[in-house]
Each structure stands twice: as C-alpha cells, then as structure tokens.
Design a protein around this ligand. Structure first.
Ligand code: SAH
Ligand code: SF4
Length: 389
C-alpha cells in the first residue's frame, strides 16, 4: 500500500509514485497528466515537502493535494558524520525497525547507499543485517525517501559555511544498504524509475547500481524492465562454500548465476558485472580459491571488488590480512581482471552494512552505542587536528 493514514483519511504517499503512477493519480484527481511532471520536479529536484510552495499549481489543486496526499520521509533516529566525511542516517520505519542510508563523498562523486528492506531473509553468514532476520520490505516511498532526505540534508549543509570539498551532491546511488533489492522487486523498480527520470533525479543508468546476492529470475526481470549497473555478491568460487556463505546459492547455484550475468550484460549500461567478494580469513581467501574463482567467472566480462570483512560481535569470522588481500587481488589482476579493494569508509561510525540498525530495538544499547560512536569520532578528529600545522 502506498498510502498513509492521517486524520482517518488515507493519504497517497507521493514519494513512492514514479511518473506513470503519478500521471494516473493526477488524472484520478481530475488533472491533466502533465501535472505529474511538475509535481516530480517540485518534490525530487527542489525537495519540496509543502504543497503551498508549489506556486505554479492552481490553488484548488494544491488544496486537493494537501487533503489527499503527503510528502513524508521516515523520521531520522540518528545522524552521524565520520571523520572521513562519510555520513550515515538511521531512519525509523516503525515497529522498532530502523534502516540506514550512507553517503560517501569523494572528490569526483557522491555515492548514496540505500536500503530496501528492514532486515534480510537471505541470511548470509558474514552479514549482520542477515543475522537480524527479516522484518519487512520497504515501500517505494521509503526507498526514495532516503535519496530525497539525503539531498535535502546535504543541500542544507552546503548553505552553512562548510568546507566545499569533497563533493556534497548525490551523483551515484547504490542499492547496497540493508536488504536484498531483488527480493523487494516492485518497490525497487519504482525507485529506479524515479532515480532515472529526468523530471526527478535524472541519474544515468551507469550511475545507479543494484547489488544482489543472486536472485536469478529477478536479474532477468531487471534486464527487461530497467537495466542499470549490476553488482553481484559472489564471495565464493564453488557451490559447496557459497551454499554456506550465501544460502540463496542452494536455490540458484553458480552456473545459473553466471548464465544470468551473461544475459544481463546484453542489455546493461556497462559492459561488465561487478563481483563483490568479502575477504574472510582462512575461509575464501587462498590462492587456490582465487584460481577457482577465475575459472568460475570465465566468459563473464567482470570487475572484482574485494571487501575486507567488517567484523561484528559473535560473527565467528575474521577479516583477511592486508597481505592476503593484496596477494588475492594480484592473482586476479595477473589474469587481466580489473580488481579493486574497497577502502573501509566511515569505520568509526560502522557505516559498512547493517552495523548500527540491528541495535535500535534496544534503545539503551543504541544510546550507549551513540555515545561510543561520538567518542570515537572525537578521538579521530582530535588526532587529525593534532597533526595540522
Ligand atoms: N543484499 C545485497 C545488497 C546489500 S549487501 C547483496 O548482498 O548484494 C551489500 C554488500 O555488503 C554485499 O556485497 C555484502 O556481501 C556486503 N557485506 C555484508 N556484510 C558484510 C560484512 N560484514 N563485511 C563486509 N561486507 C559485507
Ligand atoms: Fe541480505 Fe545482502 Fe546481507 Fe546477504 S549480504 S544477508 S543478501 S543484505
């Protein structure tokens, strides 16, 4: 349902309507379809939350909108900025559930990492979101609200006298926050439409990346419906190990997944798939496994993104050593595959993946955590300030 209850009336949540849906809605309200484009621009480009501000819409239409529609984002439970500029918001999606949105500024781009579910049903061994279990799918408006909110918050920061660099604009969006986007397909698709729509966020397909643990039939659907850049969380070179690390592999084994990747590339905006591979000490990081990985992905044009494991309490897993990660990367590079090692960003605010939201149900622990986070931030900041001339 894309509606909110307010004073007994069910209001349409405009943040979740893509152009087609909004045109239908406008017609239902007795308006011309092109009003949808005006609304999209007000909401997504100018960040309007208030219908009164929409001065090029007739007064009567604005009254209808105020009565029947709303532009509402989830409440912000926490807002942390890391010493390296990474910013993380924790958003309240009701019933004690929270999701996170992370902004990662770089010199030439600003990447927003959005969540698609509260929790996740895939339950990967190394993922703290998975360990929380699955609560519910986010609605389209809750996914889009993350971009809408980030743009507004970062824009406001710009108004203040902050250091202008690194970039404070959202130029790229990655679906790599909490949840499996392809297990929440229709909401993800509506959000993608808005990200690409020139009247809304106007991003190119190459700047929007969906990351999936490998829901094969939905990779094929996405290829038909809205082919954006694709990242696939691989993590293992063979089915026996991947069955353990990514339980979804039992349903869609590697050979099928590689087939889906090849088919996807026929329509993709980039001519490669990005394979993500979390580096787990003694589990998936040997030279022999690097070689097996090369055999596994043969015939799929790809790049590798090695992610040093981000530990969480009681995971029973360890991050591979830097030397091992370098050696593993070198083996892939030697075979001619572009390989990057993801820099750990926002380490001091646990911005990696589902690291804070799991604790929100226990408010006391959240408060303790926030205090700890702040003191880590302070330590880092003073360390940096200490070495300035
Ligand atoms: N569900 C999707 C997208 C969200 S997870 C997917 O699995 O692709 C985004 C990325 O973070 C995935 O590549 C995932 O494997 C990785 N990840 C999850 N937990 C991690 C951890 N503890 N350390 C490092 N990377 C992790
Ligand atoms: Fe879900 Fe992705 Fe975490 Fe696996 S890694 S449990 S698919 S969010």
């Amino acid at each position: 349902m894309n509606a909110s209850k307010d004073n007994e009336a069910v209001k349409v949540r405009l943040l979740g309507l893509d152009r087609e849906a909004l045109e239908r809605q406008c017609v239902e309200w007795g308006q011309k379809p092109f009003r949808a484009r005006q609304l999209l621009r007000w909401i997504h480009q100018r960040g309007a939350a208030d219908f009164d501000a929409m001065t090029d819409l007739a007064h009567d239409f604005r009254r209808v909108l105020a009565q029947r529609a709303c532009i509402e984002a989830p409440a912000v439970l926490a807002d942390h900025e890391s010493a390296d500029g990474t910013r993380k918001w924790l958003l309240d999606v009701g019933s004690g559930n929270a999701v996170e949105t992370v902004f990662i500024p770089e010199v030439d781009r600003g990447t927003l990492c959005v969540s698609t579910q509260a929790g996740c049903a895939v339950n990967c061994l190394f993922c703290s979101t998975g360990k929380q279990g699955f609560a519910r799918n986010l609605r389209a408006d809750e996914i889009v609200a993350q971009v809408w909110h980030a743009k507004r918050a970062l824009g406001r920061d710009d108004d203040e006298t902050r250091t202008p660099s690194p970039l404070r604009a959202v130029t790229n969006v990655v679906f790599m926050g909490m949840g499996e986007p392809l297990q929440n397909y229709s909401a993800t698709l509506a959000a993608l439409h808005l990200l690409l729509d020139d009247h809304a966020y106007g991003l190119s397909r190459r700047r929007v990346t969906v990351s999936t643990s490998g829901v094969v039939p939905m990779i094929d659907r996405l290829r038909e419906d809205c082919p954006v850049a694709l990242a696939v969380s691989l993590h293992a070179p063979d089915d026996a190990l991947r069955d353990r690390l990514v339980p979804l592999n039992r349903k869609y084994p590697l050979a099928e997944l590689m087939g889906a990747c090849r088919r996807y590339l026929e329509r993709a905006p980039r001519d490669f798939v990005t394979f993500e591979y979390v580096m787990l000490d003694g589990v998936n990081d040997s030279d022999a496994q690097a070689d097996a990985l090369l055999a596994c992905v043969r015939g799929v044009p790809c790049k590798f993104n090695l992610i040093p494991f981000n530990p969480f309490p009681n995971s029973g897993l360890r991050r591979s050593t830097d030397a091992r990660i370098r050696a593993f990367a070198q083996r892939l590079l030697d075979a001619g595959i572009v390989t990057t090692v993801r820099r750990t960003r926002g380490d001091d605010i646990d911005a990696a993946c589902g690291q804070l939201a799991g604790e929100v149900q226990d408010r006391t622990r959240l408060r303790e955590r926030e205090q700890r986070t702040r003191s880590v931030e302070r330590t880092r900041r003073s360390a940096v300030e200490g070495i300035r001339p």
